[in-house]
Write a new protein. Structure first.
Length: 168
């Protein structure tokens, strides 16, 4: 009596590999969209955190910080992941804080406060438009978060229309 062979044939293995390939081709675009949505949510949260920390900073320093490092140095108003010098990259977005349109430096800020001004502008732009995110975000003194669907930071003064709108 011949012994029965066990195992899979080459054809069966190729069919399984093809099925796995089809499933992966369907799943990967959804995963990339989910990752971009997560990055955008993180960028919006970063804009909200900067806006909130600026309000707390303004209560203490009678003006707004014009660089991210000042929000940490003057009293830990902002978390360390957003308080690097210059441009901070977080979750696929470049976050920056600069003096806003019409900014005037305050002559004599209170002790512990430096680089204080009358206006600020914070923005978060995708490191790779279409890769890490599709929209760019910005905020200033009123705390409203604006978006531009082209991936370019909305310019001041903020005006709704075209590609620019308010985040609801």
């Amino acid at each position: 009596m011949p012994r029965a062979e066990r195992g899979f044939s080459l054809i069966e293995l190729l069919i399984v590999v093809a099925i796995i390939g089809i499933i992966a081709a369907i799943a990967v675009p959804g995963l990339l969209r989910a990752r971009m949505a997560g990055n955008e949510a993180s960028a919006i949260a970063s804009m909200r955190a900067i806006s909130s920390s600026q309000q707390a900073y303004a209560d203490k320093c009678h003006g707004y910080a014009t660089v991210l490092t000042e929000l940490k140095a003057a009293g830990n108003f902002l978390s360390p992941d957003l308080t690097g010098a210059g441009i901070v990259v977080k979750s696929g977005y470049s976050v920056i804080l600069i003096p806003g349109l019409g900014n005037a430096p305050l002559a004599a800020p209170p002790a512990g406060c430096t680089g204080t001004g009358t206006n600020y502008y914070a923005s978060a732009t995708p490191v790779s438009v279409g890769g890490t995110g599709a929209r760019a975000f910005a905020t200033d003194e009123p705390g409203t978060i604006w978006q531009d669907v082209t991936g370019v930071a909305p310019p001041q003064p903020f005006v709704s229309g075209g590609n620019i709108s308010v985040i609801q």
